[in-house]
Design a protein around this ligand. Sequence first.
Ligand SMILES: [Zn+2]
Length: 314
Amino acid sequence: MKPSTQALRRPSGPPEAANRRSQGRKPTPASHHHPLQLELFGQTHPGLPRGRQDTQPVPRPSVVPHPDAPRLELQRALNRLTGGRLASLVLTDNRRTILTVKAGRPGDRSQLCLRIHRSFVGAPPEALEAVAAFLESRKGSDRSRAALAVIRQHFHQHHPERRTRQTTLRPEGTMYDLREIVADLNRRYFGDRLAVGVTWGRSSGGAAHHCRRRRTSSLQLGSYSYEERLIRLHGVLDQPTIPRFVIEAIIFHELLHADMPPVVRHGRRYVHTPEFRRREREYRHLDKANRWIQEHLPELLRARAKASPRRRRA
Ligand SMILES: [Zn+2]
């Protein structure tokens, strides 16, 4: 395996080793070859043009942020927290893997190489402290798991997927306009404070941070995506035979997720807390809706089977 420092070094960036050495110290002579860069990382101005005349306006070098500056800032922040153990840091756009860490040299964990999602650039102190705690804790330990929970939470709230992935919202069905139902429930139960999207469609793929508990047998009726702030209802529910209170009960459940962030305890995320279940009962037709779903599940599954094949994954 190639060390990440070699695999992903940017050609325009400063050599990582040199940068590590210069951390927290005065610029080394070698750094003077790159005066523009220095200005970004220190207070000194070693690169003023020579032979400058006071009367003549001198074209000043325009200082643009070096593309590597955010990465180095993150590396410095983590090195402050770990006592300088981070030999290299690579930012990734990986959506599935938040971070990977390996020993700087085989068998030597005093120095670490970290690859981490770029959503941790500019992250709040508690997220960075969690990353540092994760780096320094034993795999599988309580401390490691607690840190990972905070890391995951930060990632799910900040990774850019929700801004880059375009989701076409289709709230208007043939029977129900979901926007109208969401607006009604939001007003009646949440004082209009929730800002969430809603759409008909299958649930989106993959991620574990969706509420999936509305999955009944093999049919997921509704889901809530924390990072998209989006409720999805299965298209099979858009039929005249489905009572409105069933739609409402499912949407109410997902709205509760929007109102109640997951609770992190002992390194695990809990979404259906006792408090969640208590509040769920505020919807007055909850029992009736659950009974209806249980009784009509075979019909729903048949309807799903008749729908387009892509619904199979729902
Ligand atoms: Zn749920």
